[in-house]
Ligand binder design. Structure first.
Ligand code: NIG
Ligand code: FE
Length: 387
C-alpha cells in the first residue's frame, strides 16, 4: 500500500539559485545544496551535508536548480498562423499591429475545444522548457462574447489572466462596444492596453488612461504594452497609474528611464519580439544601471514573437542586450514575479511555492551559453503518493 508523501528532499544540487536576498550575490547562489519541499512549499534550504530526512528523495546529480521561470507576458489564447508575416519581415516588411485582425478572425472561428487544446499544448510547451508561472492575455476576441470566452478558457490553465480588450479597435467598432468590464473583469486579474500612437491600430495616451482608469475601478491590476514601435506616452502613462508593469520598452527617452527608476513599475523586456521583427533591442543596460526593476518574458504570440522559450529569451538578453547571465536569470524569475506582484514564486526561499527548474548543466550560465539546447525542465515535486 502506498503512503501519503508530504515531504520531498531534493539533494545533490551542484548549484542552487535561490534569489534569496540573504545571500548577497544577486542570485542567492548555494553550492552542494539541498532543499525540502513540504506540501508544495519550500520548507528548508541549506547544505546537502546537513539536509534533514524526508518521505521521498530526488538526487539532482550535481546539476543546477533554479526557480522556475515566470513568463509574465503571453498571448497564448489564439488560433491560426501568421508565419507568412514573419517571412515578409525577414525580407524587410515592418510590423505595425495590422496582422492582429487576422488572428482575431481565426480565433473567433475556433471552437472552445479547439482553443482549449491549443492553450494546453502551448502551456505544456512552456513547462517543458522550465516555465512554472504563466500570464495569459485575451485580445484576439474583441467582442464582449469572444473576450469573455478567451479569458474563461485561459483561466482553466492559469490564475494570471489579463483582459486585453484594448489590443486594437476593430474596423467600424468603438472600444466601448467590447471593453465591457462587467462581463470580463470576473475572469481576469489584470487589464492591459496596447498604448502605441505610432500604430494606426492601437491606442493613444488618453485612450490608454481611460482604459486603465476603468480597469482600476473594476478592481483589476494594471499592465501596459508601451513604447514598442516608437517613442510615446506608454511608459509615462504606466508610471502615472502605478501599473505593475510596462512591457516592451523598446524606445525609451531619458525621462522614461528616470520615471521608471523612481517607482516600482517593472520594465518587462521582450527581446524575442525584437528578434522576430528585426527591431533594435531596448537599452536594458540603461534601465538596470538606473536601478529599474527589469523582467524578461516571451510575449508568445502569433504576430511578433512565436516562441515559448524563456531560455531563448535569456540567451537573447545576454547576447543582444548586454545583461550578465545572472541579471538575465534574475529578470526571468524574480523579475517576472515582481511584474505579477507575486511574492510566492520566482525564488526558492523558505515559504516559496515549490516550483523549480532543473538544468541539465552544472551552472545557470549554460542557459545563455547553450542557446537552443533543451537543458531546462520543471522538476516535478507534485507527486503525492508512493508505494
Ligand atoms: O505584444 N503589441 C501588441 N500585441 C502583441 C502582438 C500581437 C500580434 O501581432 O498578434 C505584442 O507584440
Ligand atoms: Fe504582448
Amino acid at each position: 500500500m502506498g503512503g501519503l508523501v508530504t515531504s520531498i528532499l531534493v539533494d545533490g544540487i551542484g548549484e542552487l539559485v535561490t534569489n534569496s536576498p540573504a545571500v548577497g550575490d544577486g542570485l542567492g547562489l548555494l553550492t552542494d545544496a539541498a532543499l525540502v519541499v513540504d506540501s508544495d512549499r519550500i520548507a528548508w534550504v541549506g547544505p546537502s551535508a546537513s539536509a534533514p530526512a524526508a518521505d521521498r528523495r530526488f538526487d539532482a546529480g550535481r546539476r543546477s536548480v533554479v526557480p522556475s521561470f515566470v513568463d509574465s507576458h503571453s498571448h497564448l489564447a489564439f488560433a491560426g498562423d501568421r508565419a507568412d508575416e514573419f517571412t515578409a519581415r525577414m525580407a524587410g516588411a515592418r510590423y505595425d499591429g495590422g496582422g492582429i485582425s487576422r488572428t482575431v478572425s481565426a480565433t473567433r472561428g475556433a471552437s472552445d475545444d479547439e482553443l482549449r487544446a491549443l492553450l494546453r499544448a502551448r502551456v505544456a510547451e512552456m513547462q517543458a522548457q522550465g516555465t512554472g508561472t504563466i500570464e495569459i492575455k485575451s485580445g484576439y476576441g474583441l467582442t464582449v462574447e469572444h473576450e469573455v470566452r478567451l479569458l474563461r478558457l485561459a483561466r482553466e490553465v492559469t490564475d494570471e489572466t489579463t483582459f486585453l480588450g484594448a489590443h486594437v479597435c476593430p474596423a467600424g467598432a468603438s472600444p466601448s462596444e467590447y471593453l465591457d468590464l462587467e462581463a470580463c473583469a470576473p475572469h481576469a486579474r489584470w487589464i492591459d492596453v496596447f498604448c502605441e500612437p505610432a500604430s494606426p491600430h492601437a491606442f493613444d495616451g488618453d485612450q490608454a488612461r481611460a482604459v486603465l482608469a476603468a480597469g482600476r475601478a473594476a478592481g483589476l491590476g494594471l499592465r501596459v504594452h508601451g513604447n514598442q514601435l516608437g517613442h510615446g506616452p506608454g511608459v509615462a502613462v504606466a508610471v502615472e497609474f502605478g501599473a505593475a508593469s510596462v512591457d516592451h520598452c523598446t524606445y525609451l527617452s531619458a525621462a522614461d528611464v528616470d520615471a521608471l527608476a523612481a517607482c516600482d513599475t517593472v520594465a518587462t523586456l521582450l527581446p524575442g519580439v525584437e528578434f522576430a521583427t528585426r527591431s533594435p533591442y531596448p537599452d536594458a543596460r540603461a534601465l538596470i544601471d538606473a536601478g529599474v526593476r527589469v523582467a524578461l518574458a516571451t510575449d508568445c504570440n502569433p504576430g511578433t514573437c512565436f516562441t515559448s522559450s524563456m531560455p531563448f529569451v535569456i540567451a537573447l538578453a545576454v547576447r543582444e542586450m548586454g545583461l550578465t547571465p545572472a541579471e538575465a536569470l534574475r529578470a526571468a524569475t524574480a523579475g517576472g514575479a515582481a511584474a505579477l506582484r507575486r511574492g510566492d514564486v520566482g525564488h526558492l526561499g523558505v515559504g516559496a511555492t515549490a516550483r523549480m527548474t532543473v538544468l541539465d548543466a552544472p551552472s545557470y550560465q549554460h542557459l545563455a551559453y547553450r542557446p537552443g539546447v533543451p537543458i531546462a525542465r520543471l522538476l516535478d515535486t507534485t507527486v503525492r503518493t508512493s508505494g
